[in-house]
Design a protein around this ligand. Structure first.
Ligand SMILES: Cc1cc2nc3c(=O)[nH]c(=O)nc-3n(C[C@H](O)[C@H](O)[C@H](O)COP(=O)(O)O)c2cc1C
Length: 360
């Protein structure tokens, strides 16, 4: 097990040196907030740095639905139920996937700082037991500050079989399979599910109200909360709230969004569907780990990725998609697209101090 003194020393050091703790979020510009959020991990950040890297993971609506509890020989990642999204995620599926994404980053960040982690699921939380080990700086670790969910059109070019194989390997996990779909006709059929899901969601007032609550229309809103979906991360302009809210029904339309999804998927090299053996919390965490590994591997290979998860979020469509994919009793858990594309503006993360719990 980890040497308690050095683990604790790391914590003390991080308390002083954590870059996110050094300045109040609201006094930063967006550019400063991006630099602070995505800064490369420094060894002197200690355990707080490992937690910061965990929070750089993909997570639903950028709600950052996690609380980290630091023990002498473990880090517990528990759901932050105050950040639930009952309209899009009534059973907390996406929360547990998000915890899995964070856990995957945590494993690579801890390894880079000379800590080996063993993950287990216990009492509704992910527990990372930690022990000292030789430091291991992996390609996936290096990709953590470069990964993003890139909601842009890609360049339409296919990805070689070699790269597909490494994506498939990265996206597979314990009890989790990833199906890579690159056949254009099959991609077209999956696009129909995405568009149908998006149409149903955009007609659902509860879904739309919840989504709007997490929208950040300009840089100062994004920096004020350091969470949520900042307009420019989806390729949209930044506008003052007084203008953005009344304009939204005219610019954020069912037809416009569906056309965008069709064009974006057509411009992608392929789609990835993540499927767990069982539909329960431990498997949802594993799905999160697998999709985060997939995204990091894609990033390491110079590829972009984005979620197109609408068919999963409507129970009927999820079952129909399972039938189309001949999944038997299994259900699809996530849909992502991938390919080569541009970089978009970055999403932000709350400071580490805001996600560390005082005790479990
Ligand atoms: C379970 C889950 C579901 C998601 N679903 C969608 C989605 O349907 N559409 C989308 O654009 N992004 C989706 N995302 C991506 C998040 O919005 C994104 O990770 C978050 O805004 C942070 O941005 P980043 O990934 O660029 O750091 C999803 C992420 C997770 C973990």
């Amino acid at each position: 097990m980890v040497n308690r003194r050095s683990f604790a020393a790391g914590l003390a050091c991080a308390a002083v040196m954590s870059p996110q703790g050094s300045r109040a979020a609201t006094s930063m510009t967006y550019a400063e907030a991006v630099r602070t959020t995505w800064a490369p991990l420094r060894p002197d950040e200690g355990v707080h740095g490992i937690v910061r890297y965990a929070t750089l993971a993909a997570n639903s609506h950028n709600t950052q639905p996690w609380r980290f509890t630091l023990g002498p020989e473990s880090i517990v990642i528990a759901p932050d139920v105050s950040r639930r999204c009952p309209a899009v995620d009534p059973d907390d599926h996406h929360i547990y996937v998000s915890l899995g994404c964070a856990a995957e980053n945590l494993v690579h960040a801890a390894a880079a700082l000379g800590l080996r982690t063993t993950l287990r699921f216990d009492a509704g939380a992910v527990v990372a037991d930690i022990e000292r080990a030789p430091a291991q700086v992996s390609a996936l670790f290096a990709a953590i500050p470069n990964r993003q969910s890139t909601r842009a059109a890609y360049d339409g070019r296919p990805v070689s079989n070699d790269l597909l194989r490494s994506l498939e390997q990265a996206g597979s996990g314990e009890g989790v399979t990833v199906l890579l779909v690159t056949d254009r006709q099959q991609m077209q059929r999956l696009t129909d599910y995405v568009v149908e899901g998006n149409t149903l969601q955009m007609r659902d007032p509860k879904f739309m109200e919840e989504l709007k609550a997490w929208m950040r229309f300009n840089e100062s809103e994004a920096v004020a909360t350091m969470d949520g979906l900042f307009s420019r991360t989806s390729g949209n302009p930044a506008l003052p709230r007084w203008l953005a809210r009344p304009l939204l029904p005219f610019v954020f339309t069912e037809r416009g969004e569906n056309d965008k999804y069709r064009a974006c998927i057509e411009s992608s090299a392929g789609l990835a569907v993540f499927v767990a053996d069982r539909d329960d919390k431990p498997h949802w965490v594993e799905v999160g780990r697998a999709c985060q590994r997939f995204a990091l591997q894609a990033t390491a290979l110079g590829l972009k990725n984005a979620f197109v998860n609408q068919p999963i979020e409507i129970p009927d469509l999820r079952r129909q998609l399972a039938t189309y994919l001949s999944l038997g009793r299994r259900l699809p858990d996530l849909v992502m697209r991938f390919g080569a594309g541009p970089e978009l503006p970055r999403s932000l993360r709350r400071p580490v101090a805001a996600v560390i719990a005082q005790g479990r």
